[in-house]
Design a binder for this molecule. Structure first.
Ligand code: ZN
Length: 97
């Protein structure tokens, strides 16, 4: 299988060296997987959030999936996974009966 290449920030990189990241509306990274785990943001989102209902809710709330290079990952997502970021936590949706 030929190696898939992607362009990020002016660099051409093998997809498998990149990371799909699920960002919340606050800019905080919530999930991450290797670039070759999905061929597009929709597929990556399905991997992170298997249920359609949950995905729709996340999209409504402003969650989105981005492909990051390793360099970007370290800067934009790393601190979130190491719990050293300064993002404000997302307020959970209140479920009322
Ligand atoms: Zn964060």
């Amino acid at each position: 299988m030929p190696q898939l290449l992607v362009q990020i920030g002016g660099e051409t990189l093998p997809l498998r060296s990149c990371h799909w990241v699920l960002f919340g509306p606050n800019g905080c990274a919530y999930a991450s997987e290797y670039g070759d785990g999905a061929t597009g943001p929709e597929e990556a989102h399905r991997n992170f959030t298997p249920r359609q209902r949950d995905r729709d809710r996340e999209t409504r709330q402003g969650y989105h999936v981005e492909l990051l290079s390793k360099k970007q990952w370290r800067k934009q997502a790393g601190p979130c996974f190491y719990r050293t970021c300064t993002h404000t936590p997302v307020q959970q949706e209140v479920v009322s009966r």
